[in-house]
Design a protein around this ligand. Sequence first.
Ligand code: SF4
Length: 692
Amino acid sequence: MSPLPLGTMGRVLEVDLTSGSARTHALDERLAELFLGGRGLGTALLVERLLRLRDRHRNPFLAVDPLGPENPLVLATSPANGTSVPTSARFHANFKSPLTGGIGSTNSGGRWGVEFKRTGHDAMIVTGRSPHPVVLFVDAGGARFDAPPEADLDDVEAITDALEARYGRGVRVMTVGAAGRRLAPIAAIMNDKGRALGRGGGGGVFGSKNLVAIAVAGSVPVEAASPEALRPKNVTGSVYKAHVKLRLGKLTKPPEQFGILPSMGTAGLLGMLSQYDELVHCNFRDTSHEAERIERIGGEALASHPAITVRRRACYQCPIGCTRETELVDASGAVVGRGEGPEFETVAMFGANLDIYDLEPITEANYLCNRLGLDTISAGGSIGALMEIFGIAQAKPAEARTDGERALMADAAEFARACGSRVPDGPDGDRFAPAFGNAHALVPLVRAMAWGEGEIGRALASGARRLAERYGHPESAMAVKGMEIPAYDPRVTWTQAMSYMITARGGCHLQGGYSAPIAFCAGYGEFSGLKSEGAALVARNFAYQNTAYDVLGVCAFAGFSVTLDEYANMLNDVTGLGMKASDLEAVSRRVLTLERLFNLLCGFTAADDWLPGRFYQDPIAVEEGTAVCPEGDFRAMRAEYYESLGWDERGVPHAATLTELGLDAVLPAEDFERMTGLTVGGRARNGREGAR
Ligand code: SF4
């Protein structure tokens, strides 16, 4: 076994909230070698912890309640966190997801992860449920349990302010708001006030533990193997070279050279994606937007809006600085709110997706999501499904509506009354009708969702899939594995579609490869994203790349300009390892395969690697004709993707793959077979083939 690489702290903090105990143990050298950090280490620790429950459950992956005390919440950092490696702020959370029932996996930037690592820990595993609300405080001396602050415990900002006042300004706070405290499956964990571990319902898991906050104050330096090479001003060093690449990249070059991310923030992507017919519209009905309407909500509009003040901000060690801190005032000049964002996904999912082209309600809804702890992609996707079904019901005479549609109209009337409307004729035409284009309804809907208020609020908080089933239109949920997909239409970019389909955590544009904006970077005509031939392998390579970023703890945006080879060089200067890009890709394959095993243990099959039906059935108009996802092509691409990873036609890894990747040491094939009834590399014992 290799000794631990430099850049790691060598310790894992274990917290049991039921007994109120915390202890530290050594980081397993074998796991550090196989998975490095971040998403890889977090997934491995989660798997290891769930396997320990086999004395209680035949298959703990299936049996453990995501919102119960047995579900571990793992927070993992990476060797590069806390060093001068550009964008090395990102840390990871893993858990069993209350939204999908499979792996929960999400990362965040800001400063919390770096500060936590500087307490002398690589990871934290939180289990149990505290008998009373509690704050966990961690520093280099260890962990202790403190009383919650005298503050509104539903408000992320109030909790953060109170804990910063209690522990000192250097402290970094992670918490959840109203949505997490009410166990919403689309609740986010928030850190540094405005940064989110957003996807998959980690906020609900956090809240289910009666955990109010985790405050961290670090003081332990992170050691590196070649500090000189990491000095940003050393012109022969790896970090200097990466900075040069970032200064030249089309999306990352400095604001004065109009790099989109530095000059406009992520909202600057909106116009570009709309131009290429990729941008969601009305719950993925089409991608048609009038250019003039997009201009009202894009990056330039945000930067120059008379009611919104914008300041550029950055995560730890990030020269890109895509973050926008904003303040919104009303017509009288009174402050409506302030905070981080809105980011691209928020503007797209609350704006273009809902046919709302007004930055003021979008920005206010964004602040609410920050303060009350909601994932804005899932929130926008859930409202999109609601508005679509409302439109279907509204178009019918009352007597022709189905039971689900009648329930929705009744719930919409209740919602409108709660908003103070007189509802003279029910929700039709009402000021608060949950209809596409109705900007008045947006902020009240987000508030109801976060607080779980009323039938509509509870339905929205449960996510698009459960909402659409409740109202009798499951086809309106634009979700994969139960997680709402982001703002890029898969019919227009098939590699991005593959990421949505196959990513273990559900409908996601990042973990399976963020290829949608590449059309812009690479030159649209050169990009193979729309061709079935090769698209699966292109998608697989993007998945390797983005998984490597998550393992390294760096931002995917830096990957637009800095290659994996260059990141491998920086990692080597931190760790002293001699890794190449291909070694990082091997780690990525190991992580993707372990995530696959996790989901198979949770009962997922190849049928879950599939897009919502409309993407196969309903072509959309694009500049050069129409675009759709042909089912036959997509089945073939899925099979090719599986094969390229060493998985069989069911998406079950071959025994040889597990051995090659060293995964036997983490999850023995025999244990996997016993728990699932599946055989690795052969036919299913119980006849479940899984593939559609
Ligand atoms: S590019 Fe943006 S999200 Fe990424 S590290 Fe920099 S500021 Fe944070």
